[in-house]
Design a protein around this ligand. Structure first.
Ligand code: COA
Ligand code: AMP
Length: 628
C-alpha cells in the first residue's frame, strides 16, 4: 500500500479523527467543541465552537515563533521593474496598521470590505487586515468592468472599499479610479470609506469627502490586534461566475479554511515553513486567495506575488528567472501560462539559461490540461509536473498528486486521485454511480471537507438549487468526467454554460445577457470555442431582428465593445458573427449543449428533437471555422 493509499484509507475510515488531527496545526484561541456537526448549516459545519484568528495564524504566530526576519512576501513586478521583500515582522506591522485604519473608519467583525486591486502587496495586506478584524473581504479581479464591480458591491454591501489608482497590463495602464467611481455610482449601496493606493504610473484625483490615501491612512493608524472569531464566521466572499449574469458569492469560513489550507501545504505540495512557494495567478481568483496569500503564510513559507505575465514581460523566460532569483521550490500556475511559454520558446532556450536546481515541482490547475503541455514541461524541467483539479467553491484541490504522501505515477490527461477529504464519484442522471471508465457527472459525497463553501453569501436556497439538488446526498461539481480502474479522475468538460478562458471562469449566460440587450439582436448564443492557447474563447452568434439594415460587421463590433464595457477585458470576447438562424428543438429551445460540443471539437449526436438539421450544419460550420 502506498503512503497515499494508506492516508486516503485512514481518512475514509475516520474522517473526523483525521481532520481533528489536521486541526492541531492551527493555533486556536478556543479549541473546537466538535470536529463536525451535521446538524448545523445546510449540510453541516466544521470545527464549531472553535475560536481563532486567521491573520494571527498567517502572520503574528510566525513572528512570535522567531520567523520575524524571514521574507513573508516577495513582490516581483516586471511591470514596474521592481522587487520588494516584506518580512513577517514588517508584514505584521503593516497589516495591523491597515486593520487599525479600517477599524477607525467603522469596519468591524462581520462587516464586508471590497478589495479591487492589481498584483501589489497592498492587496494581500488589505485581505489580511480584514481577517485580523474579523471583517469579510471580497476581492474583485481587476479585469472586470465597472458593472461587474457594481454587482459585487451591491450584493456584498461593503462598509469600505480598498482600491488603487491603476493597474499595469502590457502596453496599457488600467485606470481603476474611473471604473471604481462608475461602479459606486451604479450600485444602490455606497461604501462609507474608500482607501486608494496611489501608484506612480498613474496617480488619481481623490474624491473629496469619500476617498483617502491608503498609505497615509496606514501610517497614521494605530496597530490593531487580532480579533478572535468563531470558526464558522466568514473569512471572505469570492464571487464567481454562475449560469446567469448574477455572480455567486462563494463563502469561506475561518476555521475549516485555516485547517485545510495549512494541511494542504505539506500534504499536496510538500513544502514546509521557510520554503519559497509561488502561485503565478492573481489575488482576484481563488488560486490567489488560497495559494498566494493564505496557505503559504499559514504554513510560514515565503510567498511570491508576481505582477507580470508568462510572456512579454519581458520574455518567455520570466517564470524561470523568478524561480531562480527567489529560490522557488514549488511553482503553481495555469496550463494556459505554460502553453503561452511553450508557444514562444518551444525548445526551452530561455529555461536553459536559468538555474532551476531549487525548483522541485510544477503544479497546474484552473482548466483541463492537455497532455502535451504536461509532457513538454516534464521533459524540459526534468521535475514532476502535477495536474490537480479544484474549484473556487472548494478552495483547495479535489484531486491531484501529493508530494507530501509520495507521488504516484502521473497520467497526462488525468487530474490525479482524490485528496483525502473528498469522496469523488461519477453519477448518471438517476443518481447512480456509473461503471469505472464511463463518463458522467462528477460529484462529491457530502459532507464536503473543511474549506469548501458552507453556503452562498445570503443565498442558502441558491446554494441548494445549484449544488445539492441534482444529486441528493452529493455536491455537484458541474464538471463531467470519469474515474478509471485505478482511481485516476479525468475532468473532461463543464456540464453548465461556464467556459474557461485562459484559466478564467466565465459565464456564457452573462455574455448572452449583454448581447441580447443590443437593439438589433433578436436572439443569440455564446459558446466557448476551442483555442490552442487559452483553452476556450467565447464566440457570439447573433440573429438580427428583421428589417435591420445596419452592416453586420458594425453590429458585431458593437456587441464586442458592449461585452468589454459591461463584463470587462477578461472576458476576451473578440468575435461575434451574424447568423441567419440558431439551431433549435421543435419546442423552440436553442441547442446550446450540442453547439458546445461542436465548438469543443467533441463528438456529438444530432438530437432527435431537432427542428431543422440544416441550421445545425450551417452554424456548426461557423463554429468549426472559428477554432484555433
Ligand atoms: N486587469 C485589467 N485587465 C486585465 C487583467 C487585469 N488584472 N488581466 C487581464 N486583463 C486583460 C488583458 O490585458 C487583456 O486585455 P486586451 O484584450 O486589451 O489584450 C484581456 O484582459 C484578456 O486577458 P488574458 O486572457 O489574460 O489574455 P492575454 O492575451 O493578455 O494573455 C496569457 C494570455 C495566457 C498570457 C494569460 O492569460 C495568462 O497569463 N494566463 C494565466 C491565467 C491565470 O493565471 N489564471 C488564474 C487561474 S490559476
Ligand atoms: P475556478 O472556480 O475558476 O477555479 O474554475 C473551476 C473550474 O475549472 C472547474 O470546475 C473545472 O471546470 C476547471 N478546472 C480547474 N482545474 C482543472 C483541472 N485540473 N482539470 C480540468 N478542469 C479543471
Amino acid at each position: 500500500m502506498t503512503h497515499y493509499d494508506e492516508t486516503y484509507a485512514r481518512w475514509k475510515q475516520d474522517p473526523q479523527g483525521w481532520w481533528a488531527e489536521a486541526a492541531r496545526g492551527i493555533a486556536w484561541d478556543t479549541p473546537p467543541a466538535a470536529t463536525f456537526d451535521a446538524s448545523l448549516g445546510v449540510y453541516g459545519r466544521w470545527f464549531p465552537g472553535g475560536r481563532l484568528n486567521t491573520c494571527f495564524n498567517a502572520v503574528d504566530r510566525h513572528v512570535a515563533a522567531g520567523r520575524g526576519d524571514q521574507a513573508a512576501i516577495i513582490w516581483d513586478s516586471p511591470m514596474t521593474g521592481r522587487t520588494l521583500t516584506i518580512t513577517y515582522a514588517a508584514l505584521q506591522d503593516r497589516v495591523a496598521r491597515v486593520a487599525g485604519a479600517l477599524a477607525a473608519r467603522g469596519v468591524g467583525k462581520g462587516d464586508r470590505v471590497v478589495i479591487y486591486m492589481p498584483m501589489v502587496p497592498e492587496a494581500a495586506i488589505a485581505m489580511l487586515a480584514c481577517a485580523r478584524l474579523g471583517a469579510v473581504h471580497s476581492v474583485v479581479f481587476g479585469g472586470f468592468a465597472a458593472a461587474e464591480l457594481a454587482a459585487r458591491i451591491a450584493d456584498a454591501k461593503p462598509k469600505a472599499i480598498v482600491s488603487t489608482s491603476c493597474g499595469l497590463e502590457p502596453g496599457r495602464v488600467v485606470k481603476y479610479k474611473p471604473l471604481l467611481d462608475a461602479a459606486i455610482a451604479l450600485s444602490p449601496h455606497k461604501p462609507g470609506a474608500v482607501l486608494i493606493l496611489q501608484r506612480e504610473a498613474s496617480p488619481c484625483e481623490l474624491t473629496p469627502g469619500r476617498d483617502e490615501d491608503l498609505l497615509e491612512a496606514e501610517r497614521a493608524a494605530a496597530p490593531h490586534p487580532c480579533v478572535s472569531v468563531d470558526s464558522t464566521d466568514p473569512l471572505y466572499i469570492l464571487y464567481t461566475s454562475g449560469t446567469t449574469g448574477a455572480p455567486k458569492g462563494i463563502l469561506r469560513d475561518n476555521g475549516g479554511h485555516a485547517v485545510a489550507l495549512m494541511n494542504s501545504m505539506a500534504m499536496v505540495y510538500g513544502v514546509q515553513a521557510g520554503d519559497v512557494y509561488w502561485a503565478a495567478s492573481d489575488v482576484g481568483w481563488v488560486v490567489g486567495h488560497s495559494y498566494i496569500v493564505y496557505a503559504p503564510l499559514l504554513a510560514g513559507c515565503t510567498t511570491v506575488l508576481f505582477e507580470g505575465k508568462p510572456v512579454g514581460t519581458p520574455d518567455a523566460g520570466t517564470f524561470w528567472r523568478v524561480c531562480e532569483q527567489h529560490g522557488v521550490k514549488v511553482l503553481f500556475t495555469a496550463p494556459t501560462a505554460i502553453r503561452a511559454i511553450k508557444k514562444e520558446d518551444p525548445e526551452g532556450e530561455f529555461l536553459k539559461r536559468h538555474d532551476l536546481s531549487k525548483l522541485e515541482a510544477l503544479y497546474l490547475a484552473g482548466e483541463r490540461c492537455d497532455p502535451d503541455t504536461i509532457t513538454w514541461s516534464q521533459r524540459l524541467l526534468g521535475k514532476p509536473v502535477v495536474d490537480h483539479w479544484w474549484q473556487t467553491e472548494t478552495g483547495w484541490t479535489i484531486t491531484g498528486n501529493f508530494r507530501g504522501l509520495g507521488l504516484f505515477p502521473t497520467r497526462p490527461g488525468s487530474g490525479g486521485k482524490p485528496a483525502p477529504g473528498y469522496d469523488v464519484v461519477v453519477l448518471d442522471e438517476a443518481n447512480q454511480e456509473v461503471p469505472r471508465g464511463q463518463i458522467g457527472s462528477l460529484a462529491i459525497r457530502l459532507p464536503l471537507p473543511p474549506s469548501c463553501l458552507p453556503t452562498l453569501f445570503n443565498a442558502d436556497d441558491r446554494f441548494r438549487d445549484a449544488y445539492l439538488s441534482a444529486h441528493p446526498g452529493f455536491y455537484s461539481t458541474a464538471d463531467a468526467g470519469m474515474i478509471d480502474a485505478e482511481g485516476y479522475v479525468s475532468v473532461m468538460s463543464r456540464t453548465d454554460d461556464i467556459i474557461n478562458v485562459a484559466g478564467h471562469r466565465l459565464s456564457t449566460g452573462g455574455m448572452e445577457e449583454v448581447l441580447a440587450s443590443h437593439p438589433d439582436v433578436a436572439e443569440c448564443a455564446v459558446v466557448g470555442v476551442r483555442d490552442t492557447l487559452k483553452g476556450q474563447v467565447p464566440l457570439g452568434l447573433v440573429v438580427l431582428k428583421s428589417g435591420v439594415t445596419k452592416p453586420e460587421a458594425e453590429i458585431a463590433r458593437e456587441v464586442v465593445a458592449m461585452v468589454r464595457d459591461r463584463i470587462g477585458p477578461v472576458a476576451a470576447f473578440k468575435d461575434a458573427r451574424v447568423v441567419a438562424r440558431l439551431p433549435k428543438t421543435r419546442s423552440g429551445k436553442i441547442l446550446r449543449a450540442t453547439l458546445r460540443k461542436i465548438a469543443d471539437g467533441e463528438d456529438y449526436v444530432v438530437p432527435p428533437t431537432i427542428d431543422d438539421p440544416v441550421i445545425l450544419d450551417e452554424v456548426g460550420a461557423v463554429l468549426k471555422a472559428a477554432m484555433r
